[in-house]
Ligand binder design. Sequence first.
Ligand code: BDR
Ligand code: CA
Length: 310
Amino acid sequence: MKKIILDCDPGHDDALAMMLAVTSSEIELAAVTTSAGNQTPDKTLNNAMRMLTLMKRQDIPVAGGNKTPLVKPLETAGNVHGKSGLDGAELPDPDFEPQNMTAIELIAKTLKESNEKVTLVVTGPMTNAALFLRVYPELSEKIERIVYMGGAMGLGNWTPSVEFNIFVDPDAAKIVMNSGIPLTMAPLNVTHKAQILKEEIKNIDDIKNPVAHAFYGLLNFFELYHEDPKWEFKGAPLHDPCTIAWLINPEMFESKLMNVDVENKGGITMGETVCDYYELTGKSKNTDVLLDIDRDKFIKLIMDALRTFN
Ligand code: BDR
Ligand code: CA
């Protein structure tokens, strides 16, 4: 059983990552923290709490994170995730309170109270993770690994060469990537293969429970954005759940260890992840980069997880 903290910006695919984490017997979700990204920080915090209320996991402590990226102004993705950040389904209002502390305080508390090392999973911009490492450097040894969705090798989904999470806060990504903590990266190269097809989304509503019904609506909404032929998708890419799926079953993926750093100064490349696939720099192989996924197993994992609710 792996103990994790999920730092997320829900976000449709973040919500699905959270669902996988709460249902897996391999994972203990010790805390949820939220970042500003897909929507404003108040909305992503509210969305995380709405999802935990829906899944009846109000016992999991939640705290909201930094209001803005470290240096850049916040840019959100309402065009992808809607006005609320989780458009497409009727979700309950949260029926519990967030912790009376910030995200980095909750991460620190969780690590201090844990007898074992904890994995930090980041499915939004890395602002909270970076701030945490700056404010509590003495606790970094309690982090087993940081598993994140972000970046790409030679692709972009926000600018031609930059993925959204890294685009929002490249300065935070720089701190995390150079922290010395073991890293696993789920870049667009693998998440674009982690697609759910339209007919598979339809099957979700046959599961007949309130959580599956909500995800049916959410995924229909999320899929619409990805229907534009320019993306060349057959469905919708489920970026963020790749992180949790890797923790549950790493054998579902192919990966390669390499050095990954980020351009946080450049002009048109600001936020581009630089992945040293051919070991040209001789720098430490700080990141296990996920490159391929067994899509059928991944979709089955999601469907089976949705069936566990009643
Ligand atoms: C990432 O950006 C967000 O819109 C998604 O939630 C995911 O974390 C994909 O680029
Ligand atoms: Ca996200």
